[in-house]
Ligand binder design. Sequence first.
Ligand code: GLU
Length: 295
Amino acid sequence: MASSVPVGGQSDYRGRFAPSPSGPLHNGSLIAAMASFLDARAHHGRWLLRIEDIDMPRVVPGADRAIMHQLHAMGMHWDEEPVWQSQRLHLYQAAFDKLALAGDVYGCACTRQELPPDGPYPGTCRHGLPEGRQARAWRFRASQGVDHFIDRWHGPQQQDVSAHVGDFIIKRADGLWAYQLVVVVDDGAQGITHIVRGTDLLDSTARQRMLARHLGLEYPSVMHVPLLLDDAGRKLSKQNHAAAMDINRPLDTLNQAWQALGFEALAAQDIDTFWTMALERWANRYGQRQPDPVG
Ligand code: GLU
């Protein structure tokens, strides 16, 4: 039977879900998956799956397949071949080289113990490595000034990256590419127009916008959706052992994420109906979705 849930479509909208395969999806990660999926479908756009397996020490073998299985079980189907960041290292190197050539990157010798626990990077190695020290990590030279942008969930935002974070790491001391760099390179390379993800990443957005500017990439529009918190008020995450989401009771699982997005539970009898109902409500609140063209 043909599904009534629309497939990825005709508009220029390109969204993505970008899980880190450090374990199966839990109810918290489902919220970002659901919101990005609905927003793409509501805008007649495409929804891409990108496996963010760049932080190799945290990757759990088989977690990528488990995530894909979970998404399918929830009726969430991506529109293009998924990509794995571990297979795109050449793209990150090319972006790094471009930034380095422009003088925007420098080697940093500081260990974590040498840095203040919070607050911006003090700029110790900005003008050259201290005597006798070697570069461990590589930092991007943050430009000064306040960046303003609109978040579709939280409204107007601003951040002065140089004051708030300072020069930030784009290649880590263990030789791995940092999340901030790879996410910008991939969103650019994949032509992503809309980012919908968890609010924990709102604070990274100004850094990513800055990198995109320096790489000559257009930065997508952003929407940062709520996180599920555990009883102690911490983000539900694989690190604090959130349980995998229950695919045996998909409607309950879907409704739980849906309510976390601020909607009333849906009395749907099956997964397709859930999505059809959710799409209509999402579009009413966040835009688009007129009837599909006939034929
Ligand atoms: N891989 C990141 C995570 O699982 C998400 C990255 C993003 O959406 O920008 O938290």
